[in-house]
Design a protein around this ligand. Structure first.
Ligand code: XIL
Length: 459
């Protein structure tokens, strides 16, 4: 299958408006062979266009050995036939955006309400989609009664009961569960990095471990995930938070807590159109470290906000597409990453504009627009899937691990002699190796101080 060049991906938004994007793209790629007339009517999402069947995200992701999908709005699933068909056509994995949160499942103390969650799971099974549960323990979207009725004396029991009941109900049917969501917050300034949340406060600092153990017991088959945001970019805040998340994961592994995966939410700002590409080097390196702990990595909630982009709709769509493409190329280069989900599937239902519509133009943070037409972001995602096998074969240099255990290099006799001469010279306070000599220009495997050689900087 032909891969688009980065230039082609960026050009996708050049001459087209939001909803018309796909038709203008038809001549670009040889694999766009599926036409309106040979598509079964149940699959016609955007008639005559190429984003379906062999051109769908699902087919391309399957070829790249990953799952692809989205978080879904259950109300839309219940009422919108085109939405249902779009999801079945494009996704291999789905997650409920809100339907499995405490606010949805727990109308009052001791009462569980499963109508939406059941509908969601049944829809997934009927359409042969894998299902991610989201989320069992979070400091947000707790019901009103929680504050009044949960206290130190009963919190642990209520937590375990919730997990037993919810995870137990769907046992054997789930791909994975977000067991704990967003538990790290460096700004709370605790040495362990934990967020000051009601769960920490009322259950204690072992609440994460308790939740994972309960989830494993209730469904031994589901992959248990720790899910986090704010760990994607190359800046101080993300770097600091990544370090604390890694320490948490290491503590959990050291205590044999049953955890299988890390979810990286990946709510990203659109890259600017200055032509400068952020590296995402930090997250690439972080994923490698997470893989070394034996964990899988899921991209769980990706969307790209164009809020900071001043420009035409076309420019914003291009910036969003470029961000999807750059980020996914980096993270998919690590074999630990096995699933990519966007937080929503179309501009019609996205939390980015929930209650705050953009003043000029329409925000398009997801692969499809509000009319369910494929956007440049769709092609950018698909292109990253297509590049995955190639990326795995040529992982980026960013995966050099400066924290790997140091293995002393084997020195040749000539290098040993040079090292000894240097050390002797240092002891005598002068250099024994003239800077012009051949030996001096040879690669210094071990610096004279005896410190390990610094690994090459990521390129
Ligand atoms: C969001 C939903 O998309 C909104 O509809 C809701 O009002 C608030 O929560 N990280 C998460 C998700 O883990 O659960 C959040 O979902 C988005 C941020």
């Amino acid at each position: 299958m032909k891969r688009l060049t980065r230039r082609e991906v960026l050009s996708l938004g050049r001459d087209v408006g939001a909803g018309a994007a796909v038709s203008a793209l038809l001549p670009l790629e040889g694999c766009f062979h599926r036409r309106h007339d040979d598509v079964p009517s149940t699959q016609v999402i955007a008639p005559g266009l190429s984003a379906i069947g062999d051109g769908s995200l699902k087919t391309h992701a399957t070829n790249a050995d990953i799952l692809t999908g989205a978080a879904l709005d259950v109300r839309a699933l219940r009422t919108d036939d085109r939405y249902r068909r779009l999801v079945a056509e494009q996704c291999s994995i789905i997650s409920p955006e809100n339907a499995m949160k405490w606010t949805a499942l727990r109308p009052s103390m001791g009462v569980f309400e499963f109508a939406d969650a059941d509908y969601f799971v049944n829809y997934g099974e009927t359409n042969d989609l894998k299902i991610r549960g989201h989320c069992l323990v979070w400091h947000e979207q707790l019901p009103d009664w929680f504050n009044d009725s949960v206290y130190k004396g009963n919190a642990k029991q209520i937590l375990i009961e919730h997990i037993n009941t919810v995870v137990g109900r769907y046992a054997g049917r789930m791909h994975s569960w977000d067991v704990v969501n967003e538990a790290i917050n460096p700004y709370d300034l605790r040495p362990d990095g934990l967020r000051k949340s009601p769960w920490l406060d009322m259950v204690g600092d072992d609440y994460i471990e308790i939740a994972f153990r309960a989830a494993r017991e209730a469904d031994p088959a589901a992959l248990l995930t720790y899910n986090e945001y704010g760990i994607e970019l190359d800046n101080y805040e993300c770097d600091n938070k990544r370090a604390q998340v890694l320490l948490l994961l290491r503590r959990l592994k050291a205590r044999n807590v049953p955890i299988d995966a890390l979810g990286i939410q990946s709510h990203l700002p659109a890259e600017s159109l200055t032509g400068q590409t952020p590296g995402y080097i930090g997250v690439a390196h972080f994923i490698l470290q997470v893989r070394e702990l034996g964990l899988q990595v899921f991209i769980t909630e990706m969307d790209v906000s164009d809020a900071a982009i001043d420009g035409s709709q076309r420019d914003r769509n291009r910036a969003v597409a470029a961000t999807y493409n750059d980020y996914l190329h980096v993270v998919l280069a690590d074999k630990a990453v096995t699933a990519v989900l966007t937080w929503g599937i179309s501009g019609k239902h996205t939390w980015i504009t929930e209650g705050q519509p953009r003043l000029s133009g329409i925000s398009q943070p997801l692969p499809f627009d509000s009319g369910y037409n494929a956007l440049p972001a769709f092609y950018a995602i698909r292109d990253a899937y297509d590049g995955r096998l190639d990326s795995l074969a040529h992982p980026p240099d960013a995966t050099v691990n400066p924290y790997a255990p140091f293995t002393p290099p084997t020195l040749t006799d000539a290098q040993k002699a040079e090292r000894d001469a240097k050390e002797k010279a240092l002891e005598q306070g002068r250099s024994a190796v003239p800077s012009t000599s051949k030996a001096a220009s040879a690669p210094a495997t071990v610096p004279a101080t005896g410190e390990p050689a610094v690994p090459d900087a990521p390129k």
